[in-house]
Structure formats: structure tokens, C-alpha cells
Design a binder for this molecule. Structure first.
Ligand SMILES: Cc1cc2nc3c(=O)[nH]c(=O)nc-3n(C[C@H](O)[C@H](O)[C@H](O)COP(=O)(O)OP(=O)(O)OC[C@H]3O[C@@H](n4cnc5c(N)ncnc54)[C@H](O)[C@@H]3O)c2cc1C
Length: 504
């Protein structure tokens, strides 16, 4: 089959909150091509529940948001990135509201803000517990007339004379070559690598591996946030998230004796930082108790959770909800500057696949949707300023082997390994053995099968995470080593950057 060729000003890979918010901030005259491997976008944005953090409340300020973010980040955040995130988030949230997102409001018309873990005041703008869906509805509507959309997986980036000049996309009709003046990766996280995750299964680290294969640097790979309260029910690796806002609204975490035990671990109890709560919950069988909360409040403010729980046979107004931690958010990623620039000129990364340093070693609730918008917008502005002529033809397209036929058993084995080795509790010996074991998944070939491509990406991402987790001989934020259980002063602020060593 003849390969299709497309030319565009900007290629955006990923149609989540980051990709679409960036698209809306590119000049109207630009051709923008958005490639997404899901029919409706399969990333996390659509599933986000609790809210987007922005200092908009009367008792809040940008400084307080910065302080909270830095405190939770465990001495590892880049203060400049935090300052940008916190000072630009309010404008982005207000802009989204203006574009049509129906955030919940108080009687006086101001935004209703929820308080989530680690926030010292109520800070999360939300649409009941379906914030992501509400945001995505607006973003899709607004972006639709502005962009051309292709359904397919980006399988390789094209680098010519050291610059990114586009990439190749596998669609149901074959390979499409896309030449672009600027390329933006907005491909989301890596939850799909784990046996227990709140993420859609298509979150397999594709963008990270596209960048890695092209020679870009990645950083902070060892930091993966586990959400403390996912419903421990159902089969498969996806778990229903029970949003932190439930605990903000007064839900308790109890053990088998019905005791609230989190205060033994942190003075903030249920609202302690996520890593503390997650490790405490992992240490014993735990339940979320919402039974004392008003049934109408539960139904009106948490319809996603209520309906989700009922589909698993639990009624939060009368039943204790069994909970378990689940892989939730990838802090590490493609290293960027404050405008989304990667180490390869004309290649940008935004949202969860990127690493700006804003989350440090632990992400504050609500900060990821804020990051997707703030840095998506900044990257769009940087691209507008970077204008340059059309690119030349791309190099030779990648060779795609016939489908290898990755199996459910292979996926299950990889996920079990990642859960055991890269989960909440790590140790050097296991990490070293696992790194060798992960070589077994060293699939070099790109094939024409999506599951093969995702398994390849997942295995490479897992190797990079294991490598960084082994190198960081301390515990900090969400990275916990049982053989080095304390933070080590010498590691404070040291960001592990891995480079593939390829010449871009
Ligand atoms: C259940 C849940 C609840 C959450 N709640 C909150 C919350 O309340 N507040 C908050 O701040 N954060 C929350 N988060 C985190 C937040 O939703 C994400 O960090 C954020 O939405 C990421 O946005 P993104 O645009 O970077 O990526 P995503 O929304 O994940 O989008 C990535 C897109 O890239 C596409 N893609 C991936 N690989 C390829 C490829 N190779 N080719 C083409 N397309 C590709 C995917 O199909 C997808 O559409 C939550 C996450 C989950 C899972």
C-alpha cells in the first residue's frame, strides 16, 4: 500500500487535556494535526474526578499554592516550574470556564472549590466528580473546528539535522508520514504498566519511548504516584478511583477493626500527602467509610463514584468500600524547559508525559490538570514564536515487521513484574534482578500491531523506571526504598536524567 504523506505546521500526538489546550493556543492560521490512538481519546483526562488546582479561593493565594506544592514535593521540585504552574493556573481555569466548562459554583456565582490531600485550603475547581469529562467536552468542542484529527498510533519521530521534523503514524489504512515544523508529545502516563491502576490501559508510556528512541533526555523516572484509594473490586488491572475529594468531604479510612488509623502515620490523617496514605493503606486491609456522609451530598457531588461503586455491588451509603493503592500518575517523563522544549529542537512535550520539575518527588492533588493546561499553553506560545519554513522530506520510514501477536499472558507477566518491583515499596536487590528480567521484553522491532507497539513501549518504559529507581539510593516522596528508607541530604534536588546516547 502506498504510504500517505501529510504536511502540517504543528503535529500534536495525544488528544487529552494537554494536547487540546495547546491546540487552542496556536495561531488560528496554523495547520494543526492531532493524532490520537483512541477513538475518543483514551487518556486519563476524560477520567479525572476531583478537580483542577488553582489559587482562586478567598483564603488562597499563589504563594500558598506554591508553598503546598513545594512541601508535598519533598525537597525535589524545581521552584521556577512551581512558580509558573501556580501563578498561571488561575488564568487557565478561568479561561476554561469562559470557554464553557461547567464547573460547580457557589450560590453567589463564584467557583466552588474542593479541598484535596496536601492542600492547606480548598483549591480544586471541579464539576461534581466528573471534572475531566466536563473539561474534555469543552476542549473537544472548541478544538474540533481548529484541528485535523487522525486516529492512529504515532510509532516513530523523524529527526533530521538534529531537529524533529514530524513522525510516522500507524492508522487502520497503513502508515502516514507527517512532516511538521513543530511536534508536540502529549501522550499521557504509564499506569498501563501496572497490575493495579486507575489509568486507562492505553497509558503505556508511548510518548516517553518515542522521545527516548529519538534521543531526547528523560528525567525523574523513579517517581510514580500511587493513589491510596482505588476500589479493590473487579477483575483486570483497572481499578475505580475513589477521589480524594471524598476524604476532603469527611470520608474515613478504617481498618478491619473499624479504627481510623491514618493519624498514626501523619497528623493530617485522611488528608496527608498521597504517598503517606498509600503506604499506610498498603500495610493492612483497609476500607473507605462514607456511611456517615449525607446520602444526597454523596449522590449529587460524587455521581461517578456512586454509580461506579454500585456497578461493583457496593452502595457507599450503607457499605464499607474496600480500598487499595493503584498506580495513578507518572511524575517523571520527557525532560523539558518551562516552555515544553525537549532536548531535541522543535520537539515539545507537555502534560503527564513531560517532566518540568513542577511536581518534585510527589504531586499535589489537582496539579496535573493544571500542569496540562499551563504548560500546554506555554508550549503553544513558544511554537508560535519559533515559526520557520516548511520541512524537507522525512528520512526513510520505519520498517514495520508483521504482527508478533503479543499475548494477554505477556501483558499479565509484565504488569505483575512492574507491580512487584516498581510499586510502592522497592529495594535494590529486586530492582537489579528485575532490570535483567526486563531485558526479556527487549522487543526491538516495531510491528503493525497496536498491542505489540504498546508492549514494546511499556517494557522500555519499565526498564528506564527500574534503572532510575535503582540509582536513587534513598527514599523521597513517592519513591520508597526499603533498603534506604530515609531521604539522603546529598540526593536533595538531584534530578536523575537519563539519555539514550543517540545522536539526534
Ligand atoms: C481516574 C483518574 C482521575 C484523575 N483525577 C485527577 C484530578 O482530579 N485532578 C488532576 O489534576 N489530575 C487527575 N488525574 C491525572 C490527570 O487526569 C492526568 O495527569 C492528565 O489528564 C493528563 O493529561 P494529558 O493530556 O497529559 O494525557 P492524557 O489525558 O492521558 O491523554 C493522552 C492521549 O495521548 C494518546 N496517545 C498515547 N500514546 C499515543 C500514540 N503512540 N499515538 C497517538 N496517540 C497516543 C492517548 O490516546 C490519549 O488520548 C486523574 C487521573 C486518573 C486516571
Amino acid at each position: 500500500m502506498e504510504m500517505q504523506r501529510r504536511q502540517t505546521d504543528v503535529l500534536i500526538v495525544g488528544a487529552g487535556a494537554a494536547g487540546l489546550f495547546a491546540a487552542l493556543h496556536l495561531p488560528a492560521e496554523d495547520d494543526v494535526l492531532v493524532v490520537d490512538k483512541g477513538r475518543q481519546g483514551e487518556g486519563s483526562s476524560l477520567w479525572a474526578q476531583g478537580g483542577v488546582a488553582a489559587a482562586l479561593g478567598p483564603d488562597d493565594s499563589v504563594d500558598l499554592h506554591i508553598q503546598d506544592t513545594l512541601r508535598v514535593a519533598a525537597g525535589h521540585a524545581d521552584p521556577a516550574a512551581v512558580a509558573v504552574l501556580c501563578s498561571e493556573a488561575p488564568e487557565c481555569v478561568l479561561q476554561l470556564a469562559e470557554l464553557g466548562t461547567r464547573f460547580d459554583r457557589n450560590d453567589n456565582g463564584t467557583l466552588h472549590l474542593a479541598r484535596e490531600g496536601g492542600q492547606s485550603v480548598s483549591r480544586s475547581a471541579h464539576a461534581a466528580d466528573g471534572t475531566g469529562a466536563a473539561m474534555m467536552e469543552t476542549l473537544r468542542q472548541r478544538a474540533a473546528p481548529r484541528v485535523t484529527r487522525i486516529e492512529g498510533s504515532c510509532v516513530k519521530l523523524a529527526v533530521s539535522d538534529g531537529r524533529c521534523v514530524g513522525g510516522w503514524v500507524l492508522t487502520k489504512d497503513g502508515l502516514v508520514e507527517v512532516r511538521a515544523t513543530a511536534t508536540v508529545l502529549a501522550t499521557g502516563g504509564v499506569g498501563g504498566l501496572f497490575e493495579s491502576t486507575t489509568n486507562p490501559s492505553g497509558n503505556t508510556g508511548d510518548g516517553l519511548v518515542l522521545a527516548w528512541d529519538a534521543g531526547a533526555g528523560v528525567a525523574d523516572m523513579e517517581f510514580i504516584q500511587f493513589h491510596p484509594t482505588a476500589l479493590n473490586a473487579g477483575t483486570g488491572h483497572q481499578r475505580l478511583l475513589l477521589t480524594e475529594a471524598l476524604r476532603g468531604a469527611g470520608a474515613h479510612v478504617v481498618d478491619a477493626e473499624g479504627r481510623r488509623f491514618l493519624f498514626e502515620h501523619h497528623s493530617d490523617g485522611e488528608l496527608a500527602p498521597r504517598d503517606v496514605v498509600a503506604r499506610a493503606i498498603a500495610s493492612r486491609r483497609s476500607w473507605l467509610d462514607c456511611r456517615h456522609l449525607d446520602a444526597d451530598v454523596l449522590q449529587n457531588e460524587f455521581p461517578t463514584v456512586m454509580n461506579g461503586c454500585r456497578s461493583f455491588g457496593f452502595d457507599p451509603t450503607t457499605d464499607l468500600l474496600p480500598v487499595t493503592p493503584a498506580a495513578h500518575y507518572f511524575i517523571g517523563g520527557i525532560q523539558t524547559d518551562l516552555d515544553g522544549r525537549t532536548s531535541i529542537p522543535r520537539l515539545y512535550a507537555i502534560g503527564e508525559c513531560s517532566n518540568t520539575g513542577a511536581h518534585g518527588a510527589n504531586r499535589l492533588a489537582g496539579n496535573s490538570l493544571a500542569e496540562a493546561m499551563v504548560f500546554g499553553r506555554r508550549a503553544a506560545r513558544a511554537i508560535s514564536a519559533q515559526r520557520a519554513g516548511r520541512t524537507k522530506s522525512l528520512a526513510r520510514p520505519p520498517d514495520l515487521a508483521p504482527p508478533r501477536g503479543s499475548t494477554e499472558d505477556e501483558w499479565a507477566a509484565l504488569r505483575a513484574l512492574c507491580q512487584r518491583v516498581l510499586g510502592l515499596e522497592r529495594d535494590g536487590k529486586t530492582l537489579a534482578t528485575a532490570s535483567d528480567e526486563l531485558e526479556r521484553w527487549a522487543i526491538s522491532d516495531l510491528t503493525t500491531n497496536r498491542s505489540d507497539l504498546e508492549l514494546r513501549a511499556a517494557a522500555i518504559a519499565a526498564r528506564l523506571i527500574a534503572r532510575a529507581a535503582l540509582l536513587r539510593t534513598e527514599s523521597r516522596g513517592v519513591h520508597h526504598r526499603s533498603d534506604f528508607p530515609e531521604p539522603v541530604l546529598g540526593w536533595a534536588g538531584v534530578r536523575l536524567r537519563l539519555g539514550s546516547g543517540r545522536k539526534a
